[in-house]
Write a new protein. Structure first.
Length: 140
């Protein structure tokens, strides 16, 4: 069994749902000889998240943003945590709803994503800055 681990720093992106599959795959060259394994991707932030979903139609990503903005609106007078602005607490809630990690099987040296699946960075802040991911893969 081999283990591969590397940090990936993503450049700042605007608020929304962004495909990052290619950026992750570019870091996974050490797994190309593996028959099988697991890849775990963890985001080291509390106001952004990760998920896997539709990678072809950009309206899916727009609809995710619309849904989450309706479900967790800014400027709710009941929020106490607003030190960094109106998007502060909503970003934390959205990140908790989506999750901080994804786990993907590795098959024949590649991520075994479905035909229409891609890995999303879910940026919940208006100005979130760069984001750090830890990629850990193990396999044979």
């Amino acid at each position: 069994m081999e283990i591969f681990q590397q940090q990936l720093i993503l450049p700042a992106r605007p608020r929304g749902f962004h495909l990052i599959t290619k950026e992750i795959e570019e870091r996974l060259s050490p797994i190309t000889d593996w028959r099988s394994g697991i890849c775990h991707i963890f985001i080291k932030h509390t106001s952004a998240s990760l998920t896997i979903n539709e990678n072809a139609d950009p309206t899916v990503r727009m609809d995710f943003e619309t849904y989450f903005n309706k479900a967790v609106p800014e400027n709710d007078p009941d929020y106490r945590h607003d030190y960094e602005g109106a998007d502060d607490m909503p970003a934390h809630i959205k990140a908790s709803m989506m999750g901080v990690s994804v786990t993907i099987p590795i098959e024949n040296g590649r991520l075994a994503l479905g035909t229409w699946q891609g890995i999303y960075l879910c940026e919940h802040r208006n100005h979130g800055g760069s984001r750090r991911l830890m990629i850990t893969a193990w396999g044979i």
